[in-house]
Ligand binder design. Structure first.
Ligand code: FE2
Length: 181
């Protein structure tokens, strides 16, 4: 399969189908092959679902924190949640910029997320930090995997953003780890 197909060729093939025309309007491939768009969208949307899941879990633990270190941990998790939330828009907009479509609902997130929710009634402070540490380490692994896909597609804007997100996730993991010792 050729890695780059001229957009006019695709439009001509699809012009008889209204559905296909609708899809063409939302899928604007700009410099990436159909296969690259598919692979990049899939890896970035799964990453975005994990980011939302981790954001909400971090807020959940921020809201339900308890114990002797309440103030420190409550504030630490708020800082981390802000940092996690900030990357969500950038991930979604990267998907749109390369010509893919991104998440549309909470239901969509729950279908794609790989990090698990924690709906327990009570979680001890230390267990919260241990769990978030492990989730942030898992996010680093997913970011590295996404970096590989973006790198293969020569999507340097995405690789460059991901490099910063890895540094931020490693910093969060570091703070969480040191707080549990
Ligand atoms: Fe708060």
């Amino acid at each position: 399969m050729p890695s780059h197909t001229h957009p006019d060729a695709r439009t001509a093939k699809n012009h008889t189908q209204d559905d296909a025309r609708g899809a063409d309007r939302i899928n604007v491939r700009d410099g990436f092959s159909a296969e690259d768009v598919k692979n990049l969208s899939s890896v970035l949307n799964a990453l975005l679902a994990d980011v939302f899941a981790l954001y909400l879990k971090t807020k959940n633990f921020h809201w339900h924190m308890s114990g002797a270190h309440f103030r420190d941990y409550h504030l630490l998790l708020d800082e981390q949640a802000d940092q996690i939330f900030a990357i969500s828009d950038d991930i979604a907009e990267r998907v749109r910029k390369i010509g893919g479509t991104t998440l549309r609902s909470i239901g969509h997130i729950s279908k794609l997320q790989r990090l698990s929710d924690n709906d327990q009634e009570f979680v001890a402070a230390r267990d919260m930090l241990v769990e978030l540490h492990s989730d942030n380490r898992a996010l680093v692994d997913s970011l590295r995997a996404a970096h590989e896909v973006a790198s293969k597609a020569n999507d340097y804007a995405t690789t460059s953003l991901i490099e910063n997100w890895i540094d931020e996730a490693e910093r969060r993991a570091w703070f969480l780890f040191e707080s549990t010792r």
